[in-house]
Design a binder for this molecule. Structure first.
Ligand SMILES: Nc1ncnc2c1ncn2[C@@H]1O[C@H](COP(=O)(O)OP(=O)(O)O)[C@@H](O)[C@H]1O
Ligand SMILES: [Mg+2]
Length: 335
């Protein structure tokens, strides 16, 4: 089962430019989470901070007892092996075929024999649906296949935490749907903790157990998917409905005058899209282990959630949710 990632009061600037401040959230072990945010809000900076490649000025990132922001570099390097990172552009070596690209971390970081490397690489190539393409160069395949190859490479060291930077960027809606299904299937097969950063609304609506959103240098919220998906908070609702009316403008933020003009024009808050069910694993894979853990966790926090989110969660879990006491005794239980 994946490992929990706990972020506490994280603040990051470059010179005078503050990227975000006081970000706190927990990625629950083995669950899938999405971080939404308009372009330039610091999503990639956030991922790099989680693995300790960038150092926030304040706050902590706790992974298996290590603070990825401040622990000694040796400990950070060790903890970084728990992570698999899928970069936005695939970050493949153009002169290496897919097999060698995917084998690269194994050859670099382990002393495994070539036969063992072959076994692992071919297994991951199978998981991402690229069997047969292992001899191709990155330039010879589609963007969607490059994403899959990048994902396969992120998997070879058996990560317990998988970070995906915009797995949809540059993909058409059909390929994005395939990637969404692949991410859910992957979670089913390896039960890793996953964080996907994206601005894709379909991924946000169908993939995660939990969701947060970065905006105006702050984490707007982070919690069960139902909280954001039913939110009428203007920035969230505007983003999730891809509406022009609201606080987000062309250059990310509208000035006060534009907002005032919209408000006086009766600028209604967009109504959230209907909550669609979360994607299920492909047939034959069984249920995600995260589902039972998440059900217990979320039903235990119903009182703390906005009414719209609590109602949506009750509707999702049906009769289970009507008798929360049946689920509450968690001590030493499902976890
Ligand atoms: N290494 C860096 N040095 C200085 N500024 C950076 C660096 N990396 C990112 N930034 C700035 O941080 C902001 C957020 O970038 P990024 O995380 O890439 O946004 P997103 O991934 O949400 O589109 C941008 O304004 C970018 O220019
Ligand atoms: Mg980015």
């Amino acid at each position: 089962m994946g490992i929990e990632v706990k972020v506490e009061g994280l603040t990051k600037s470059f010179g005078k430019q503050q990227i975000w401040q006081d970000v706190s959230l927990t990625l629950p072990a083995g669950e899938v989470s999405v971080m939404l945010g308009p372009s330039g809000t610091g999503k990639t900076v956030f991922l790099k901070s989680l693995i300790g490649l960038l150092k926030p000025e304040r706050g902590r990132v706790l992974v298996d007892g290590v603070d990825m922001a401040r622990s000694p570099e040796r400990d950070i390097m060790e903890a970084r092996k728990l992570f698999g990172l899928m970069f936005q552009d695939g970050a493949l070596f153009g002169s290496m075929n897919l097999f060698d690209n995917i084998a690269f971390p194994l050859r670099e970081h382990t002393k495994k024999k070539e036969s063992e490397i072959r076994r692992i690489v071919m297994e991951r190539i199978d998981v991402v649906g690229l069997l047969g393409a292992e001899g191709k160069l990155p330039g010879e395949i589609s963007g969607g296949m490059r994403k899959r190859a990048g994902l396969a490479r992120a998997l070879v060291l058996d990560p317990q935490i998988i970070l995906c930077d915009e797995p949809d960027s540059g993909l058409d809606p059909v390929r994005t749907a395939f990637i969404s299904q692949l991410l859910i299937d992957l979670n089913t097969q390896i039960d890793a903790t996953m964080l996907i950063v994206t601005h894709n609304l379909d991924i946000a609506a169908t993939v995660p157990d939990n969701m947060g959103m970065l905006f105006r240098r702050n984490l707007v919220t982070f919690g069960p998917r139902e909280v954001l998906l039913t939110s009428r908070e203007p920035v969230v609702a505007q983003f999730l409905t891809a509406s022009k009316a609201g606080p987000i403008g062309m250059s990310e933020e509208k000035d006060a005058a534009t907002l005032a003009a919209e408000a006086s024009g009766g600028g209604a808050v967009p109504v959230p899209r209907e909550l669609v069910p979360q994607l299920q694993p492909s047939p034959g894979l069984g249920e995600r282990a995260a589902v039972a853990r998440r059900r217990a966790r979320v039903l235990g926090m119903l009182d703390t959630l906005p009414a719209s989110a609590a109602a949506a969660i009750r509707a999702t879990y049906g009769s289970d949710a009507l008798e929360p006491t049946a689920v509450l005794p968690r001590a030493g239980g499902a976890l």
